[in-house]
Structures are given as C-alpha cells and as structure tokens.
Design a protein around this ligand. Structure first.
Ligand code: 3HC
Length: 312
C-alpha cells in the first residue's frame, strides 16, 4: 500500500493528460507496469478500459483478430462517450488509447506483471489458459481470474505457481461499478493478495477481499433476489414491468431485477445460480424453471437482443 497517501487523493486527471502523482507513485511502488486482459466479452473491454485509465499499459488478447479489434473499438466508443460528457479531453482519451495494445498472440503477454482472464465461464478452458499463461509470464506475475462462478482454486491448481493465482472480480459495467472482489483461494500467497488489492485500488476501485466460495459476497446475496423475482413473476404476482418498477421505486435500486438479469446475461445468471445451489444446497438458489427454459431457447438477455425484454 502507498505510504502517507490517503486513498481519497487517488484520482485520475485525464484532462491534463496525466496520472495524478499519488497514483503514479502507487503504481511505481507496486512495480506493475503492463497488464494483460484476456477475453473479448463485454467484461474484457470494460476491465481493459479501467486498467488503461488508471495509467497501466494494457495488452488485450483475443483468439481472433476480429474480436481483438472489436475490443479496441469498444474501449474507444466508451471513451468517446466520456469525451461527449466532458469527463475527459480528447488528448486524455488519446493517451489512454495509447496505452492499449491488442493482440491474438498469447506470447505477447510475456512482459505482463498482472494478467486478468475474463474468458468464457468454462473450467477446462480457464484451467488450460492459466496453465499456458503460467509458462509464459514471469514467475513473479500475478494471474487473476474474473470468474463469478468457478472455484478459483481449481483454476489455480494447474498453474506452475499456484500461489500467484487469485480472483479479481469486476462488476458489470466494469467502468461504472466501483467494487472489486479480490478472491483468496487457499493456494494464494499473502503477497499475491496484497498486490491484487493494491492493484485494484490503483484502478480506482473499492476492494473487498473474499473467500473462494461460490458467489463470493455480491453474487451470493444478489442472485437469490434475482431468482426470486422470476419466481414471483411465474406465480403471477405482477408483470415484469411491475416487478422492475417496484424494486426501482420501492428500494431505490437503479435497475429492476429483470433489466439487471438481461444486462448480466441469462446464461451467466443460470450458471451463477447453479454454482450457488451446488455449493450450498439451499433451495433458495435452485434456478427458477423459467430461467432455465429461456436459456434453452437462446434468450440470453441484451447480448442476444431478447431476454425478459426485447432489444430489437
Ligand atoms: N457500459 C458502460 N457504461 C455504462 C453502461 C454500460 N452498459 N450503462 C451505463 N453506463 C454509464 C453511462 O455512460 C454513465 O456514465 P457517466 O456517469 O460517466 O456519465 C453511467 O453509467 C450512468 O448511466 P446512465 O445515466 O445512462 O444510466 P443509469 O443511470 O440508468 O445507470 C447503470 C446505468 C450504471 C447500469 C445503473 O443502472 C446500475 O448501476 N445498474 C446496476 C448494475 C449492477 O447491479 N451491476 C452488478 C451486476 S452483478 C455482476 O456484475 C456480477 C457478475 O459476476 C455477473
């Protein structure tokens, strides 16, 4: 952790095209320069944007050139929105983009000090990727997974240095949500967790360190609520619009449960509920039948343009 620098002073001043001195010193103390992000989904580009905005060099890696280029476009679009809103200057955005490189070649991650994988939630694929990465990056590099459902220890186990593997879990949209969960698998060293916490803090996030248990803190609390919203709808308590309106107006939530399910993705939501149910065996986590049917039908929410709402 940086010494003598209150966290409140950590800010980015993109209008002057600079990283504020407090942040700069912080980054230097951590000895983290280059960060690798793998996975071309919405989380991958969101994480990459946060990291580049915080002053780190970022290498974005996707298997295909087309999706790698698309990640760059996603970051650019998001920065353009920030320029339009007067949050950053054109020069500031250019400086951020100047720190972003895209590649299809996994070997390009060799010089990274932190690598965050955000690929598909498939244990075999993540294990294989982390194993391969661990033979490429330096033994001192931290390898993090953005998994929301899988046991981090199972992803760490195959790495050449499992003590360097942990979870760094961002929330959707990654550039907006202020929290990051740093997940400590039993295999991780204290130094890995401390560095991951310092890194996420330098990315301007509030950080909570959590145990490697299904759902960590946020999803373990959020998903029973989302699941119960579907169950309420199924038993005819109200329409989708009425339930969403109720939770926005009655609880001050920024989105109703169905809008949030569509944003997170119904397949991802089902996977999270299945993982919670398998871990805890609590009936409250058993996915609502309608959720399972919608996923079977390919209605996955915003990403497939159809979920509880229609996005055509
Ligand atoms: N991607 C990137 N930025 C987005 C965005 C998106 N999809 N949607 C909105 N934003 C940005 C806007 O550009 C705006 O930025 P600004 O403050 O710099 O101007 C800001 O968010 C607010 O946007 P709007 O005023 O247009 O829209 P809202 O006020 O409706 O806010 C929201 C949108 C931020 C998505 C808000 O509705 C919200 O906070 N929703 C809850 C999100 C949530 O609960 N996420 C957690 C999901 S669980 C999870 O991620 C865990 C994982 O493991 C599945």
């Amino acid at each position: 952790m940086p010494k003598g620098e209150p966290l409140g002073l950590l800010y980015l001043d993109c209008t002057r095209n600079l990283v504020a001195p407090g942040v700069k010193r912080y980054i230097e103390e951590m000895d983290i320069r280059r960060v690798g992000v793998l996975g071309s989904g919405i989380m991958g580009s969101g994480i990459a944007e946060c990291v580049a905005e915080a002053g780190f060099d970022v290498t974005l890696r996707s298997r295909k050139q087309e999706t790698a280029d698309q990640m760059r476009v996603n970051v650019e679009k998001s920065l353009l929105r920030k320029i339009e809103k007067g949050r950053i200057t054109e020069d500031g955005a250019r400086a951020i983009m100047g720190r972003v490189t895209v590649t299809t070649d996994i070997e390009s991650l060799r010089g990274c000090d932190v690598v965050i994988e955000s690929v598909i939630e498939d244990l075999g694929i993540k294990q294989h990727l982390v194993r391969e990465l661990s033979t490429i990056v330096s033994p001192n590099a931290i390898m993090a997974t953005n998994t929301s459902t899988l046991p981090v220890v199972a992803i760490a186990a195959g790495a050449t240095h499992p003590e360097r593997v942990c979870g760094i879990h961002f929330f959707n949209p990654a550039t907006v949500m202020t929290l990051v969960e740093v997940v400590r698998p039993v295999t991780a060293s204290d130094e890995t967790i401390e560095t991951a916490v310092a890194f996420a803090t330098a990315c301007n996030k509030e950080v909570v360190t959590v145990k490697d248990r299904a759902g960590f803190i946020v999803n373990a609390l959020l998903f029973p609520y989302l699941n119960n919203a579907i169950k309420l709808f199924e038993c005819g308590m109200g329409t989708i619009e009425e339930i969403d309106m109720s939770m926005r107006g009655g609880c001050g939530f920024p989105m109703g449960p169905f809008a949030l399910l569509d944003m997170v993705g119904l397949d991802t939501s089902l996977a999270i509920l299945n993982a919670l149910h398998e871990e805890y065996g609590d009936a409250n986590y058993a996915p609502a039948p309608l959720l399972k049917r919608m996923v079977s039908a390919g209605y996955l929410g915003r990403k497939s343009k159809r979920g509880f709402f229609d996005y055509h």
